[in-house]
Ligand binder design. Structure first.
Ligand code: 0O2
Length: 196
């Protein structure tokens, strides 16, 4: 895909991402208006780079074209919402799911069902209506909800092991899995002090 094709491709995804970020901010204000207990620590977001889109399509054994990007990738727009506690994640996600103009495309709850390597996070792909001159189309935005400790673990694992080749992989993986369990315990302890 050319740079110009890439720029045209990502525009509506970027619009969908902006709409969703605005929704999340409004939700946070409405849900927690009266208290100081803001549930969101920070939000990161990105639009997938051209190289990354092409590589992901090739990995899926698809030609790296604009059409295939639209058909096969649902994480061109992505946001990572870092919360303090797990209960905040479910309150935000549940409220988001009730917004009648959004559609839930896919949900993966790696908090209730962590991955065998210890990865924990709640993923939801939401279809956001984007209106343009020739009508409305839903564009997917992938949201990863994580607590601070889940994000700490996932960021480290991403750096150390995820998609990397290492000789002593199994040994490191076992260590990281045990750290994930320790972090769950620590997070539960912190939660007790915040009314959880
Ligand atoms: P990157 O480098 O973060 O962009 P797909 O539907 O094809 O996107 P999948 O695996 O079916 O991929 O979807 P899933 O399980 O919802 O995971 C999507 C994203 O979650 C990954 O994106 C990672 O960001 C994150 N993730 C999933 N599993 C792990 C894990 O074990 N460790 C870490 N650190 N992150 C994970 P990408 O595109 O794979 O990677």
């Amino acid at each position: 895909m050319t740079i110009s094709e890439y720029n045209t491709l990502i525009q509506p995804y970027s619009d969908a991402q902006d709409i969703l970020l605005a929704r999340l901010n409004v939700l946070e204000h409405n849900l927690y208006n009266e208290s100081d207990a803001h549930p969101i620590h920070n939000i990161q977001y990105r639009i997938k780079q051209k190289d990354s889109i092409e590589n992901k399509l090739l990995k899926k054994e698809k030609e790296p074209t604009v059409m295939n990007a639209k058909d096969y990738l649902q994480d061109i727009a992505g946001a990572r919402v870092i919360c303090y506690f797990t209960r905040d994640i479910y309150s935000l996600a549940d409220t988001l799911k009730f917004q009648s103009d959004l559609i839930v495309i896919r949900e993966r709850d790696y908090i209730k069902y962590p991955k065998p390597n210890g990865y924990r996070s709640y993923h939801i792909i939401v279809g956001v209506p984007v209106y343009c001159l020739d009508g409305m189309e839903y564009f997917p935005v992938e949201i990863q909800f994580r607590t601070l400790s889940m994000d700490f673990w996932a960021s480290m694992e991403h750096r150390i092991l995820y998609k990397t080749k290492r000789d002593n992989r199994e040994e490191i993986a076992a260590q990281l899995e045990s750290y994930a369990a320790t972090l769950v315990e620590i997070e539960n302890e912190f939660s007790k002090y915040a009314g959880g």
